[in-house]
Ligand binder design. Structure first.
Ligand code: SF4
Length: 178
């Protein structure tokens, strides 16, 4: 099966790939993350993903668009529910891209993180896949999260300190709750 794998960063990709049999499936990484700010952080995560896919000899499709204004505009004033909007934007874009380019299915590295809303992502992606006519390839790579991070650190990949948006950066350093 040809799978387009939305990738949020290098370390999460390392963990996620442990749950996908790359002998059986042809996996292409897909970068689309307008939620990552500020710009130097965005660039560090993207560079890390490029390093990883080069090392693995893995195909990658990069939509290199720093999306601070777009992201903030999409959230409006409803900051409490921002994560669901953030997931939706990235999953819809990935599903559309997968369909447009003739992939058999799409998936996401967001599924590896115990800090994300796994069940909400699963349900949302399944519905998006049904609506857009491209199957969602569900996996649960969470047991590989720590191991993936450890390996990524050993490989010298950039390790981020917060989820991605400016609001999560504030929470990380000021200790405020989402
Ligand atoms: S905390 Fe993470 S998932 Fe939630 S809106 Fe920010 S970048 Fe997106």
């Amino acid at each position: 099966m040809k799978i387009l794998l939305h990738t949020c960063c290098g370390p999460c990709t390392v963990g996620t790939l442990k749950e996908i049999d790359r002998e059986k499936h042809q996996v292409t990484a897909y970068w689309y993350n307008p939620n990552i700010h500020p710009y130097l952080e965005y660039q560090s995560r993207l560079d890390s993903l490029k390093t990883l896919t080069n090392t693995l000899g893995m195909d990658a499709i990069i939509d290199d668009e720093y999306g601070l204004k777009k992201f903030i505009g999409m959230l409006g004033t409803d900051l409490d529910n921002r994560c669901l909007k953030c997931y939706n934007d990235r999953l819809v874009q990935t599903a559309r891209k997968a369909k447009e380019l003739g992939f058999d299915a799409f998936s996401t590295t967001l599924l590896v993180s115990p800090y994300q809303q796994h069940d909400a992502i699963k349900l949302m992606a399944t519905k998006i896949g049904e609506k857009l006519g491209i199957p969602f390839f569900y996996i649960d790579p969470r047991p590989h999260f720590r191991e993936g991070n450890k390996e990524a650190r050993e490989q010298g990949l950039y390790m981020q300190k917060y989820c991605g948006c400016v609001f999560s950066e504030e929470e990380r350093y000021l200790g405020q709750k989402k």
